[in-house]
Design a protein around this ligand. Structure first.
Ligand SMILES: [Zn+2]
Length: 205
């Protein structure tokens, strides 16, 4: 828009690229930043720049970590925590999924695939962090791999691929159950979810 100064417009365009932010919200946020004091703006820009320069990924699970120049081991807090359940590893698509799982009280380790298999988008097995998962399994006491990928075609293909690779190994491979949402009523559940609930039914007596 010509009526908006270019510097402000650049920020608005950047903000609209954030998830859930439309043009209107981006304009409001840009004006907020413009009217903020210079110290806040300076810190904010440094913090954003640090995301690019001071963060890396855990060499074990591929989760994001702060770069520690004094350490030769680049492991995340979770991988370094020996009090966790070392017998189970939960396989996730992206590092941000870890935050969601941590809220559930899950106490095992994680492995981030970085992607899901999707030939239509040109994403194949070699684009996923599967080799490092196999390496971890061969060098650890892990007894169970819990595949927690999305309930989608890509999630299913990825889960199937990993379970096939591990077919001959002693490691147990599990997947998240699919079923009724907590507090949901049967009449509002779609047919696919209900069918999965029947397939994944559990014994209560
Ligand atoms: Zn890690």
């Amino acid at each position: 828009m010509d009526s908006i100064p270019k510097t402000l417009e650049n920020i608005i365009v950047d903000l609209t690229k954030l998830p859930g932010i439309g043009r209107r919200t981006a304009e409001r946020l840009a004006i907020f930043l413009l009217e903020s004091n210079s110290e806040y703006l300076k810190n904010f820009s440094i913090n954003i720049n640090d995301l690019n320069e001071k963060m890396s990924e855990c060499e074990k699970c591929h989760c994001f970590i702060d770069i520690d120049e004094n350490s030769t081991i680049n492991e995340c807090v979770i991988c370094s925590d020996e009090s966790r359940n070392s017998k189970i590893v939960c396989v996730l698509k992206k590092a941000s999924d870890v935050i969601i799982f941590e809220r559930t009280g899950y106490n095992g380790y994680y492995h981030i695939l970085g992607n899901l298999i999707s030939p239509i988008d040109g994403i194949n097995e070699e684009d996923l962090n599967i080799d490092s998962l196999l390496l971890r399994l061969s060098n650890s006491h892990i007894k169970e791999v819990l595949i927690a990928t999305d309930a989608s075609i890509e999630g299913d293909s990825t889960a199937l691929y990993i379970s096939n690779i591990l077919k001959e190994s002693d490691v147990k491979v599990t997947r998240l159950a699919r079923g009724l949402p907590i507090g949901g009523t049967i009449e509002h559940v779609d047919q696919t979810t209900l069918s999965s609930s029947i397939d994944d039914r559990i014994e209560i007596k």
